[in-house]
Design a protein around this ligand. Sequence first.
Ligand SMILES: Cc1cc2nc3c(=O)[nH]c(=O)nc-3n(C[C@H](O)[C@H](O)[C@H](O)COP(=O)(O)OP(=O)(O)OC[C@H]3O[C@@H](n4cnc5c(N)ncnc54)[C@H](O)[C@@H]3O)c2cc1C
Length: 364
Amino acid sequence: MNAQREQLEADVLIVGAGPAGLACALHVANLIKKYNESGAAAKGGPQLSAENIYVLEKGREIGAHQLSGAIMNPKALAELVPDFEKSAPLDTPVTDDAALLFTEGSSLRFPITPPPFKNKGNYVISLSKVVKWLGGLVEAAGVNLFKEFGGAELVYEGDGIAGVITEDKGLDKNGKPKDNFTPGYELRAKVTVLAEGTRGSLTKQLVAKKKLDNINPQSYGIGIKELWDVQPGRIQTGYVAHTLGWPVSMDMYGGGWIYGLSNNRVSIGLVLALEYGNPQFDPHEAFQKWKTHPFLRSLLEGGKLVRYGAKSLPYGGWYAMPRSYVDGGLIIGDSGSFLDSQRLKGIHLAMKSGMLAAETILKR
Ligand SMILES: Cc1cc2nc3c(=O)[nH]c(=O)nc-3n(C[C@H](O)[C@H](O)[C@H](O)COP(=O)(O)OP(=O)(O)OC[C@H]3O[C@@H](n4cnc5c(N)ncnc54)[C@H](O)[C@@H]3O)c2cc1C
C-alpha cells in the first residue's frame, strides 16, 4: 500500500524484545554510558545516547510472547548484569537433574546423568517474567522500547539494509483501511538488528534475498508445553528431568521435560525435530499420550492446567546458521540459529549473541 509514512531515524534499531534483543539493547546502552563517562565525545568522538536505540516488539507486553517455565544457564546474564541474583525473578536453582528412559509402562532413571542433561548451577525460571524484568532494565537505561509495533518490511539500501517499516494499523480483515487507519512508520537506522526469534519473517526475507543460508537450510523442531499446578508433595522444587523413549520412537530426535518450579508449579513438554519420516505422526497427539505415562500421571493427577502453548525452535545446528551480518544489519538469537538443541538451551546463547552484536556495533 502506498501510504504517506512518518520517518524516524535511530542509531540502532532492534526488532524483537526477547532475550536476544533486550540483551543487545542493554549492552549497547551500557557501552554508550562507559564511552560517555570516558569523555571520548568531548575529545572529538561522536555524540552517543541510549535514546537513539529503538526496540520494536510486536507483542502486547514485553514477555507476552515467551513460553514460561524454562531452565536458564546464567552465564550470559552474569556478564550482562553482574548482580542479577539480587533483582532477577529467578524461580529456583536446579536441585536435581535426572535423565529418564520411558517404556510404555515404566521408567528407568539413568545411573549417570549424561552431560547434555546436567543442569546443576542453572535456574528454573519463568522466561516471560525474566524477559519482562530485562525490559524494565532496558527502559531504565534510556532505550526507547515500543510495544505492539511489528516490523513488517525491511528497508533495503545499497548492498544491505537501513531499517524497517512497521505494520499498518487499522486494517479490516481484507487489508482495507478502516476509519482508524494509521500507516506504519519508516524507521531508519545505522544498524538494524534482527532478534525476531525462530522463523522471523524479516529474517527469512533477508536470508532469502541476500542468500545468507549456510550449507544446510534451516530445519525446525516443535516444543509443546504446559504449565501445571500440582498437588503438594508431588515434585521437589528445582527437580528437573528429561525423558527419552515412549512415545517417541528411537529413530526420532526428541523427548520430554519435567521442570519443577516453586509452589508446586511444573513445566512439562515434549520437543521433537520436525523431520520425522512417518507423515501420520502427530506431535500434539504424542504429547497427550506422553502425559498418560504412569510417571506423569502420578505427577499430574489432581492438578490443574494453568497455561499451554507451542513454538518452533531452530534445530539445524552449526551448518544451518545463516551468515549473521549484512551491510547495516545483524542477526542474533534464534533468528540466527543460536540454539543448542541437544541441551534444549537457547536463552543464554540468545543473550550472548545480542551482547556480541552490541560490541560489534560500537566498534564501527
Ligand atoms: C518449547 C520450548 C522450550 C524451550 N526451553 C528452553 C529452556 O528450557 N532453556 C533455554 O535456554 N531455552 C529454551 N528454549 C529456547 C529459548 O526459548 C529461545 O532460544 C530463546 O527464547 C531465543 O530468544 P530470542 O530473543 O532469540 O527469541 P524469542 O524469545 O522468540 O523473542 C523474539 C521476540 O521478537 C518478537 N518479534 C518477532 N518478530 C517480530 C517483528 N517482526 N517485529 C517485532 N517483534 C517481533 C516476538 O514477539 C518475541 O517477543 C525453548 C524453546 C521452546 C520453543
